[in-house]
Design a protein around this ligand. Structure first.
Ligand code: GLU
Ligand code: ZN
Length: 297
């Protein structure tokens, strides 16, 4: 595999709880890819969700645990909570070309719509926003905005496709070249009043700003990559390579839950495990398709 040099990867945790074995796998893999290709691995803290991730002690504990395990990163740590001006700028660009629309649906309304559809005969499981507010009459939209009705800003993926078509990206694992069909993506939320930028927008803006040219992350985010590729297209941002790693599973093959105490690094430390034992557990899980032997002994 020939990669663009120098390679820059990143580990981008959300500081919403204890560092766990899944984080260690993700961080180790991003570090490994950078090292193999003689590049850099950056650390980005995805702390945009104030309710879940602004406890400074939680972040400090995660950083201490990363240090303990011996994972180091290059350059300054970036915190997304300090980057909101960059996200607003990207939103303005998208708004200026008419790609955003306000969605006034509440979460409960969207859920009710899903339930109605999945109860319908032969209804397929439906978990995407239907695009209900995409075609609201202009005067109604103006009136709702003027009244201050709460809303989110969604991106119109059909218009995105009109502009950029169906671009490709490359997954350097076994997946190879992939094609993004924007109109098959959900009109995801890019911002709301209490959240200046959604995960999707912030990730794309920051990967470009930090010069990340190889995005290493878990397979759980495979479904987000077409959305990110579409956003890179309309924001005219460079397109990184992608590598999606396996996720850790328990003995029955179920994905390890963050709340599972047996995979918290803090608890493993308190139980007297050393970093070599923890890393050995992660390495053997990688060899066994993600299957992790827990509890460690
Ligand atoms: N912050 C995300 C997480 O904790 C990772 C985002 C990404 O790698 O794109 O799962
Ligand atoms: Zn709506």
């Amino acid at each position: 595999m020939s990669l663009r040099f120098p390679v820059t990867t990143r580990f981008a945790p959300t500081p919403s709880g204890e560092l766990h074995l899944g984080h260690v796998l993700a961080a180790w893999e991003a570090r490994r890819l950078a090292d193999v290709h003689g590049g850099r691995c950056l650390l980005r803290i995805e702390d945009l969700d104030a309710a879940r991730s602004r406890d400074p002690f939680v972040l400090q504990r995660m950083l201490n645990d990363l240090e303990w395990i011996g994972l180091h990163f290059d350059g300054e740590m970036v915190r997304q909570s300090e980057r909101t001006a960059a996200y607003s700028c990207a939103l303005d660009k998208l708004r200026a070309v008419g790609l955003l629309y306000p969605c006034f649906c509440s979460r409960a309304e969207i859920r009710a719509e899903w339930e109605g559809i999945s109860r319908a005969p032969h209804g397929t499981p439906y978990r995407r926003y239907s695009g209900h507010c995409r075609s609201l009459p202009g005067d109604l939209v103006e009136e709702k905005l003027a009244r201050g009705v709460p809303h989110a800003w969604r991106i119109d993926m059909r218009r995105v496709q009109d502009i950029i078509g169906c671009p490709t990206w490359e997954d350097i694992g076994c997946r190879g070249v992939q094609r993004c069909v924007p109109s098959a993506c959900e009109d995801v939320v890019l911002a709301r009043k209490d959240a200046p930028a959604s995960y999707h927008l912030a990730v794309v803006v920051d990967d470009a700003w930090q010069g990340v040219n190889l995005v290493s992350r878990g397979e759980d985010l495979l479904g987000s990559t077409p959305i990110h590729r579409a956003l890179q297209g309309v924001l005219a941002l460079p397109v990184p390579l992608y590598a999606h790693h396996i996720l850790l599973r328990d003995a029955t093959g179920r994905r390890l839950a963050k709340r599972d105490q047996s995979c918290s690094i803090r608890i493993l430390r308190d139980q007297g495990f050393c970093r070599q034992q923890v890393m050995a557990a992660v390495h053997s899980a990688i060899k066994e398709g993600g299957r992790c032997r827990l509890p460690l002994h």
